[in-house]
Design a binder for this molecule. Structure first.
Ligand code: PMM
Length: 273
């Protein structure tokens, strides 16, 4: 069954929720609300990857992320940490994180793959070409599906060489990262091509600009219905998890997909992690 990964951006500048969860207590309360709404993983991020955003310092990122990871992990929550830095990944794993979600797939920090390999954490390996200020310049493909998949699997091979067992690696096509609007739709249309490589697949479409464009320029907070439609599609393709701001909407969309496939919903509190 497709799981819901709830986004907890502890950043001042993320594109749809920047600044809302900078306070640790408020952030933890939001995580609990997402868990109650059906999330089974909380993805904590201390650095925005919004197009054009500049990078946060290491100490700031650590200070934002580690206390929240420690508090949630101590409560038994499955925590993922959205970071491109090996030092943040290492501190987060020491604080109880079970998944490292690196939007650069190990490309931004040469120590990342080794750090994760030495732990027991899972690794989200997203398709990435460059930092966000260069997204537009690097959105150039001959065949977007073949190119993205080929680059992802090449990076997967490097992760395996570094010592990560294939079953610990989760693939993500990286919607919005060095992709134009059509690229995102083409990747979603061919989502089945990302399955069958021996890895779980994660999709992050939540409130992204290509949905805003579809909806006539609607602002991020008005994109949750379209996000839920993508989650329905993802569930139909057997995707392992969707990364989202709006947990209720995605949990509902997945429940509809499950019922149509005649799977009974899991009882309250149960999850297939
Ligand atoms: N997108 C964002 C951040 N982290 N992680 C993964 N694995 N996949 C994504 O698509 C992804 C991500 C950007 O969105 P946000 O600023 O709303 O968190």
């Amino acid at each position: 069954m497709t799981l819901v990964m709830g986004i907890l951006n502890v950043t001042p500048d993320s594109f749809s929720d920047g600044g809302a969860y900078l306070d640790t207590e408020v952030a933890i309360a939001h995580a609990r609300a997402m868990l109650a709404a059906g999330a089974t993983i909380i993805d904590v991020g201390g650095e925005s990857t919004r197009p054009g955003s500049s990078r946060v310092g290491l100490e700031d990122e650590l200070a934002r992320v580690v206390p929240i990871v420690a508090a949630l992990a101590a409560d038994g929550v499955t925590v993922s940490v959205d970071t491109m830095r090996a030092k943040v990944a290492s501190a987060a794993i020491d604080s109880g994180a079970r998944i490292i979600n690196d939007v650069s797939g190990g490309l931004a920090d040469p120590d990342m793959l080794g750090v994760v390999a030495q732990s027991s954490a899972d690794f989200v390996l997203m398709h990435w070409r460059d930092h966000s200020e260069r997204f537009q310049a690097t959105a150039d493909y001959d065949d977007v599906v073949a190119d993205v998949l080929g680059e992802l699997l090449a990076q997967r091979d490097r992760a395996v060489e570094a010592g990560l067992a294939p079953e610990r690696i989760i693939l993500d096509p990286g919607l919005g990262f060095s992709k134009n609007w059509d690229h995102n739709w083409t990747l979603l249309r061919h989502l089945h091509r990302f399955e069958g490589h021996g890895h779980r697949v994660l999709v992050g479409a939540s409130r992204k600009a290509f949905l805003g464009e579809l909806l006539g320029g609607r602002e991020p907070l008005g994109r949750d219905g379209a996000t839920a439609a993508v989650s329905f599609w993802a569930a139909q393709h057997g995707v392992w998890a969707v990364r989202t701001h709006d947990v209720t909407g995605q949990a509902d969309a997945i429940a509809v997909a499950r019922r149509l496939h005649r799977e009974a919903p899991l009882p309250d509190g149960a999850h297939s992690w």
